[in-house]
Design a protein around this ligand. Structure first.
Ligand SMILES: *Cc1c(COP(=O)(O)O)cnc(C)c1O
Length: 378
């Protein structure tokens, strides 16, 4: 294995960098997972029955650690599922909508997809749409419409937001308080790309879901946190494996859960605890984001176009003033061990994803490179 000092910084939007101690621990336990009491299991985690003693311990530890880290109240159930964030765009309406109305706040590419998919299963209403068409017809998202301006349909079974738009770099720094807007519907939050990067105010939330591959572990695991009173409402044709009530009743083992993903997420939860928990990571994430945005704002060559009030701490899209140098920029970055900085195809430019696993030193190395590149080419 390479020495940690030689490992490049990985700015991928997802699947994204995993903390190195997590990878090392998984590597050490690959062939023979040890019980906490020191007994050897004689098996790797991928080879274990999900109903055996060893995996039972892994699952329970992961559930307990996650509940503690995110301060998830007792009246919420934690579900480990498959299908990713995109499948949840269908699974949520199948479980919550009764085929009736649901409202969507579209602030970027992901909530736009959620709104479109839900339309197959319910009456998907647009409560707000932040899309702006520029002169060339391209769509951009750079702001969050004020919650007071949202058109919240009285009959909506739920209101959907994406708390961090991974592609467009737009983040809710405060969850909306629907009750204060005279809306009794539960808030559904796609927190795929900022889960565990900051504390969560569960008093405002009915359900949150996210794929694991941004901040929690490998792709293939989907986290759902659902308030108990929202269970038991799935539509008749909801696939059994996607019925939250059945998944909850069977402690995420209605069918075989993504066992290795749960194990890796569990190791990540332990790593987060060792960092001082989610609040400590939030402080680091604020500092990392500020370092990068401050540089971008001070630069005449690089820029970020998102409103300062809702800039993402996790995903920072940016542009070169001279786009003909994009390929040059990426090649130089690669050479310095700054990987996967190319922007999403729908936005262009660059994107630096600086999730929990990205250390301050990685952001500093990026800013050093940006400064040097600007001095050479501006
Ligand atoms: C990555 C992502 C998704 C999609 O997740 P899949 O696992 O690819 O289905 C959905 N929402 C957000 C906010 C994401 O960042």
């Amino acid at each position: 294995m390479t020495d940690s000092a030689l490992r490049p910084y990985n700015f991928s939007a997802g699947p994204a960098a995993i903390p190195e101690p997590v990878l090392r621990r998984a590597a050490a336990e690959m062939l023979d997972w040890p019980f906490p009491d020191g007994r050897r299991s004689g098996m790797g985690v991928m080879e274990m029955s999900h109903r055996g003693e060893a995996f039972g311990i892994i699952l329970q530890q992961a559930l307990d650690d996650l509940r503690e880290l995110l301060a998830i109240p007792d009246n919420f159930r934690i579900l480990f599922m498959q299908g990713g964030g995109l499948a949840e765009n269908a699974i949520v309406p199948l479980n919550l909508s009764h085929g009736e109305a649901a409202s969507f706040v579209v602030t970027g590419g992901w909530s736009q997809k959620s709104h479109a998919e839900a339309g197959k299963f319910c009456q998907a209403r647009l409560a707000a749409n932040a899309a702006v068409q520029d002169a060339s017809g391209a769509t951009s998202y750079t702001h969050i419409p004020a919650p007071e301006s949202w058109q919240l349909d009285a009959g909506s079974r739920y209101v959907h937001i994406c708390s961090n738009e991974t592609i467009h770099g737009v983040e809710f720094h405060q969850l909306p308080d629907l009750a204060a807007l005279d809306c009794n519907a539960p808030l559904v939050v796609d927190f795929s790309s900022n889960v565990a990067s900051r504390p969560m105010d569960w008093s405002k939330v009915g359900l949150a879901f996210g794929g694991a591959q941004k901040n929690l572990g490998p792709a293939g695991l989907t986290l759902v946190v659902v308030r108990e009173d929202l269970l038991g409402q799935a539509m008749q044709h909801c696939p059994s494996a996607f019925d939250y009530t059945l998944v909850a009743k069977n402690n995420s083992m209605y069918n075989t859960p993504p066992t290795y993903g749960i194990y890796m997420a569990g190791l990540t939860f332990q790593w987060i605890k060792a960092q001082g928990g989610v609040a400590a990571l939030e402080a680091q994430n604020i500092a990392k984001a500020q370092l990068l945005y401050d540089f971008l704002d001070s630069s005449s060559f690089f820029s970020n176009r998102v409103d300062k009030a809702c800039r993402s701490r996790m995903n920072v899209p940016f542009f070169l003033a001279d786009e003909s140098r994009n390929a040059d920029f990426l090649a130089g970055a690669q050479q310095r061990g700054l990987l996967q900085l190319k922007g999403h195809k729908s936005v262009g430019g660059m994107r630096a994803s600086i999730y929990n696993a990205m250390p301050m030193a990685g952001v500093q190395a990026l800013v050093d490179y940006l400064r040097e590149f600007e001095a050479k080419h501006a």
